[in-house]
Structures are given as C-alpha cells and as structure tokens.
Design a protein around this ligand. Structure first.
Ligand SMILES: C[S@@+](CC[C@H](N)C(=O)[O-])C[C@H]1O[C@@H](n2cnc3c(N)ncnc32)[C@H](O)[C@@H]1O
Length: 279
C-alpha cells in the first residue's frame, strides 16, 4: 500500500481546510474503511470515492474493487491522482473525474467508500442515498450522530428521518482528529448505510421529505399544530383536512417521537386529503 505521508509529499500539497481538505494519514483507519463493506452484501465491481485528495483511500479501494471511480474537485489534486495512478488508469482499473460531486453525472457505482468534504457532506450523502447502494461515509461526529439517532432522543430530527428512510444507518467508528492532516476542528465518524426497502410506501419522496422538514421546524408543538403552522412550507392547501382525518394518537405526538414509518403514513394522508399542490 502507498504510504499516506509519501503521497502528500509527492503531491507537494498541504491540505487546505478552506477547501475541505483533510487527508487521512492513519494507516489503520485507511485499512479498516473498505472492510466496513464486508458485512453488507456489497458488490465491489465498481467503487465510487468522492473527494480523492492525494489518493490514500483510493489506493485501498483499488485493492478491493474491480474498478474504482474517484471524483476530485481540486484541479491540482486531480492532476496528481492521474500521474500517481497512471498504471491503474491505463489498466482500466481507475477513472479520475475532475469535478464537483454535486454537479457531475455520477457513474453507475455498486458501492461507495468516501471521506467526504465536510462542507458539502450532507448534500453529497443525499445525492448518494437515492442510488440505493451500500455506502461507507466519513462525516463530522455530531452530524453522524444525528443521522443514526432514534426517535425520542435530542439528536433525532429531519436528518435522522430522511437518512433512515433510505438506509439502515449505523455509526461504526469514531475517528480522532489526529488521523488527518491537517487535523479538522472536530472528531469524525464513519457511517455505514445499507439501502433498505422501506416497509411502508412513499408515493412521492419529494413531498415526504418536504413534509418532514416542515413538521420539524415546529418540533416543540404537537403534530396537530405543526401541520397547521407549517402549511406554507409543506405546501398543503388544506391542512385542516389532514388534521380532521389523522389519528388522535398521532396528532398528540411531537415530531421528535415519530418514527419514519409514522411520518410516511401521515405524509400519505396529507397528500390524499391536504392538497399539496405542485410536487
Ligand atoms: C476530507 S478530504 C478526503 C481526501 C482523501 N480521500 C483522504 O481520505 O485523505 C475531501 C476531498 O474532497 C475534495 N472536495 C471538496 N469539495 C468537493 C466537491 N464538491 N466535489 C468533489 N471533491 C471535493 C477536496 O479537495 C479533498 O481532496
């Protein structure tokens, strides 16, 4: 395996925190990341890495995947990756895409392992989730905790519901700052996300996510009042019809106590009777 410090030295760069560049330099962490795919039934024929940096993780992914695609926005780093991994590129094992992971067309990957750029980690995760492939992603610790939080905890919120709607999410490891160069301001955590077919139906995902977002803006209010107070966000023309049709049990709860399946059932009802308008 290539030595992470050697890669940084050859690239002649210093990670720039203003550009979300914190390179992993701890070999043990780097070695472990791809192994988190082992317990999923991930197909490793085409691995995607978002934010290649100097290629320390890319190198590990090449050892387990038949084919790897790495996306890197920084021009200098993308050029370095092409030079450093010229042999693997020639052999058809690696593709380097210079571009913004939020804008490019994603390839048809079978799993992703990525140390995400923190500034846009949420946006990238929610680009990857709908692809419904196993993911092993590094986030800031606090963000990861909110993703995996259970109903009834203070961390549970819109992020938890939307993540858990797409996948069974699990925080598999916390990573100290010293594992990176330069060290980020806060700890990091690795989340494994295994796609799930929800045991409930969501006919319109965009409305479901918007409705959940709306109700969590009033997390201290009962669902009854939250439905009424957030019609301008959810787009419901007839919030009162939803209140009339919903179960008393649900109306008396607060958003923080509602499981994803309960939100889904309520969203379905809201679509049926609440006239959500354009979706
Ligand atoms: C946290 S570093 C991880 C680097 C490397 N994978 C590692 O673990 O050492 C994130 C990388 O993402 C790149 N990056 C930042 N924003 C990006 C974006 N919008 N699209 C693609 N890459 C981005 C940065 O230049 C940086 O190299």
């Amino acid at each position: 395996m290539r030595d992470p410090d050697g890669l940084i030295a050859r690239a002649g760069v210093r990670g720039d925190p203003n550009r979300d560049q914190h390179f992993l330099v701890d070999d043990r962490v780097l070695d472990r990341l791809p192994t988190y795919l082992d317990e999923t039934d991930a197909d490793t024929s085409h691995l995607l890495e978002i934010g290649g940096g100097t290629g320390a993780l890319t190198d590990r992914l090449l050892a387990v995947g038949d084919e790897v695609t790495v996306v890197e926005r920084d021009r200098e780093l993308a050029a370095f990756l092409r030079e450093e991994f010229a042999e693997e590129i020639d052999a058809g094992e690696l593709t380097v895409i210079e571009g913004d992971a939020l804008e490019i067309d994603l390839p048809d990957f079978t799993a992703s392992v990525s140390n995400l750029p923190y500034g846009v980690s949420s946006e990238i995760a929610f680009r990857l989730f709908p692809e419904r492939q196993p993911l092993v992603l590094m986030f800031q610790q606090e963000f990861a905790e909110r993703m995996v939080a259970d109903p009834g905890t203070s961390e549970y919120g819109r992020l938890s519901v939307s993540s858990q709607h797409y996948a069974d999410v699990e925080l598999v490891e916390s990573i100290p700052k010293e594992a990176f160069s330069p060290p980020p301001a806060v700890r990091s955590a690795v989340v494994r996300a295994v796609p799930r077919d929800p045991d409930y139906a969501v006919e319109n995902e965009a409305f479901f996510l918007r409705f959940v977002k709306a109700l969590f803006t009033q997390r201290r209010k009962t669902i009854r009042n939250a439905i009424r107070n957030t019609a301008h966000i959810s787009g419901l023309a007839e919030p009162e019809a939803v209140v009339d049709a919903a179960d008393e049990d649900v109306l008396g709860k607060r958003a923080g106590a509602m499981a994803p399946a309960e939100f889904a059932a309520l969203a379905q009802l809201a679509r049926d009777v609440g006239e959500p308008g354009d979706e």
